[in-house]
Write a protein that binds this ligand. Structure first.
Ligand code: ADP
Ligand code: MG
Length: 322
């Protein structure tokens, strides 16, 4: 039976990159990070609990990817550059096949995004993955939720609704073609954090958030913090390709309330439209203008005829009653 220290040494210890801000990684009482001069540290934690955020028996490689991806998505939403992350892992047993796959998924994304594992904790217990990411952003350039202004455009990156579609397939509520199933499950299990886009939007976006709980709920957080409202045009929503086989109501519902998309929703003044599009091109991701920030509080979603659609935030809340 490998000890806790064997597991850490075998699966979670890698040499520190000489170029990075990480001065000391795994193996001491603390890691040491030297953030670049005149930058703030950006810090975020997300926990993934078996039975709550993923189904029992979930593929460990995808879980390794997703647990880091959802954390990187928070750095992206702040316009921060990733520096390092810590990993607190509770495991029912020292299942080495599981650990090999988990580490493969985790480090593939970490290498892609040039972020290093700098420490953590390993213990026996019900399966639980808790990651804290550390990033940096020039002082006063972070994309906060409270910066939106009336008449700003509302934008989203990529496409929406396919992660929810994947969940419906996984739980047996919907059946799709093999291709659409693969696309939807990929979106659910392998979200791509929009890190380069977040960085490219510094100085352009007035506010940003990542869409983890659904567009309506997450845009709602920006509006609440900025004390404003917004009008969204349902026909402008970028619907994921696999979702287009469903009826309009399902498309809109999943795109507006689906959750787990990990796209960015951001606001920017109309004068920045061309710069926003150029930034997105530079980051290699599509962006779509879906509406406008208004002085009038509340969020309205309009159909093609200009009528208000009845939409409610079904944003996931772990402590709300069913
Ligand atoms: P301590 O008892 O001082 O908290 P631990 O024995 O928990 O230290 O961990 C030893 C070292 O291994 C520390 O540097 C810690 O950050 C690191 N570590 C523990 N678990 C993990 C993990 N899952 N991933 C990365 N590093 C880890
Ligand atoms: Mg410890």
């Amino acid at each position: 039976m490998p000890s806790e220290f064997d597991l850490i040494a075998r699966y979670f210890t890698r040499p520190t990159r000489s170029s990075s801000a990480v001065q000391l990684g795994v193996g001491d009482d603390c890691a040491l990070i030297a953030p670049p001069a005149n930058e703030s540290l950006a810090i975020s934690t997300d926990m993934l609990v078996e039975g709550r955020h993923f189904l029992p028996g979930a593929d460990p490689e995808s879980l390794g990817h997703k647990s880091l991806a959802v954390n990187l998505s928070d750095l992206a939403a702040m316009g921060a550059r990733p520096l390092g992350f810590s990993l607190a892992l509770a495991l029912p047993s020292a299942d080495e096949a599981w650990l090999v796959s988990f580490a493969r998924g985790l480090f593939a994304l970490a290498d892609n995004e040039q972020i290093e594992l700098i420490g953590g904790d390993t213990t026996r217990g019900p399966l639980n993955v808790c990651i804290t990411v550390f990033g940096s952003v020039p002082i006063d350039r972070a994309l906060r939720r409270d910066g939106a202004r009336a008449s700003d455009d509302v934008w989203v990156s990529g496409s929406l609704g396919e992660a929810r579609l994947g969940l419906e397939v996984l739980t047996g509520h919907l059946k799709l073609s093999a291709d659409d199933t693969a696309t939807a499950l990929q979106r659910l299990h392998r979200p791509i954090p929009r890190v380069s886009l977040g960085i490219a939007l510094r100085g352009l976006a007035s506010a940003a958030i990542d869409i983890s709980d659904g567009l309506i709920g997450d845009l709602g957080h920006i509006l609440e913090r900025s004390a404003l409202g917004a009008t969204i045009e349902a026909d402008l929503l970028p619907i994921g390709s696999a979702l287009r086989s469903q009826d309009h109501q399902t498309q809109h519902e999943f795109a507006l309330n689906g959750g787990d998309d990990y796209e960015l929703c951001f606001c920017a003044p109309p004068a920045q439209r061309e710069n926003v599009i150029a930034a997105a091109q530079q980051a290699g991701v599509a962006v779509t203008r879906i509406g406008q920030v208004t002085e009038i509080p509340g969020l309205r979603v309009l159909d093609h005829a200009g009528n208000s659609l009845q939409v409610h935030s079904k944003s996931f809340d772990h402590f709300s009653k069913p």
